[in-house]
Design a protein around this ligand. Structure first.
Ligand code: NAP
Length: 318
């Protein structure tokens, strides 16, 4: 027997939890399926659970750790009556109302849905990469940095994530090399300056990782010069991949309209998807800003859109 909810929120990063705070305060008793703790892609709290210090979230002049920030969002939503299920959504059916959502062993129905499933790390696509995740290859410095105390580490990427990960990893590693495929970083100036002034960080420009060496454990990498094509080998114990993200939209293939780049399409200036009553917010629909604060802002938009839509539906049924 399916349990029914007024508002069902899928995903619990800054967008989903802000939508939960707003819909809870609007007496809509939101139900949040928050994700699975063991997963690196669907973890409750979203990507901020894999970050260290967040210095740019307004209201925290001294910075706050990502997991603590998300803990506070969740507590605030729970205070106003939001309820949570720690599980992963496996299937949805939005073809008729009430909408239907399944986890592995439960079924739910809902009058409205807010999708806030976020985005996940991109990988290099090398043959043994997945097998080596957790065995020297990582996408999360906060989670795994500790294991590389006193060792040499490579971070791949040239954006803010790569620089942030590299800077954090200098707390543990003897040396961190940022390997970037071009000759300049994409990262913001403040992050760039921080990395360039850190004596434990070195740069390897115009370089791509083309091979991961080791079977049970990463032992080294092969680099290819992106200008000359020349190859070189490096012995490293850890490889952190920080080359961007892709939206978590697998559940919605053929269900919700998407942009060409795979992000969920929303009506400009709103959180409306192509299905009335289904709203999307946060990194799953935002490929431009992708910040915790913009995700939270769009979660607020989704809650307000949802509340108004439910009201108009109720009025039209009355
Ligand atoms: P990003 O800005 O998209 O940067 C991705 C980097 O990885 C780029 O330098 C890109 O190279 C490189 N790359 C992409 N695919 C690659 C591949 N297959 N092989 C090798 N290199 C590859 O992603 P991000 O760093 O994750 O940042 C995403 C957003 O979050 C940005 O808006 C960023 O400002 C924000 N962010 C902010 C903070 C902070 O303020 N504390 C921290 C993290 C992220 P090219 O440069 O050649 O394209």
């Amino acid at each position: 027997m399916a349990t029914h909810h007024h508002v069902l929120i899928i995903g619990s990063g800054p967008a989903g939890l802000t939508a939960a705070i707003y819909t809870a305060r609007a007496n809509l008793s939101p139900f949040i399926i928050e994700g699975e703790p063991s997963s690196t892609t669907d973890q409750p709290g979203g990507q901020l659970m894999l970050t260290t210090e967040v210095e740019n979230f307004p209201g925290f002049p001294d910075g706050i750790m990502g997991p603590e920030l998300m803990g506070r969002f969740r507590e605030q939503a729970a205070r106003f009556g939001a309820t949570f299920l720690t599980d992963k959504v496996t299937r949805v059916d939005f073809s008729a109302r009430p909408f239907r959502v399944w986890t592995r062993d439960q079924e739910f129905t809902a009058d409205s849905i807010i999708v806030s499933t976020g985005a996940q790390s991109l990988m290099l696509g090398l043959p043994n990469e997945t097998a080596l995740v957790g065995h020297g290859v990582s996408t999360c410095a906060t989670c795994d940095g500790f294991f590389f105390r006193g060792k040499e580490i490579v971070v791949v990427g040239g954006g803010d994530s790569a620089v942030e990960e590299a800077t954090f990893l200098t707390k543990f590693a003897s040396k961190v090399t940022i390997v970037h495929r071009r000759s300049e970083l994409r990262a913001s100036k403040i992050m760039r300056d921080r990395a360039e002034n850190n004596e434990r960080i070195e740069f390897k420009w115009n370089s791509a990782v083309v091979e991961l060496q080791g079977t049970d454990m990463l032992e080294g990498i092969v680099l290819e010069d992106t200008v000359t094509g020349e190859r070189s080998q490096m012995n490293v114990a850890g490889l952190f991949i920080a080359i961007g993200h892709k939206p978590n939209t697998g559940l919605f293939t053929g269900v919700l309209d998407m942009e060409e780049n795979g992000y969920l399409a929303t009506r400009p200036g709103s959180s409306y998807t192509n299905i009335p009553g289904v709203f999307a917010c946060g990194d799953v629909q935002d490929h431009t800003y992708r910040q915790a604060i913009t995700a939270a802002g769009s979660g607020c938009m989704a809650a307000i859109d949802c509340e108004r839509w439910l009201e108009s539906e109720h009025a039209s049924l009355a």
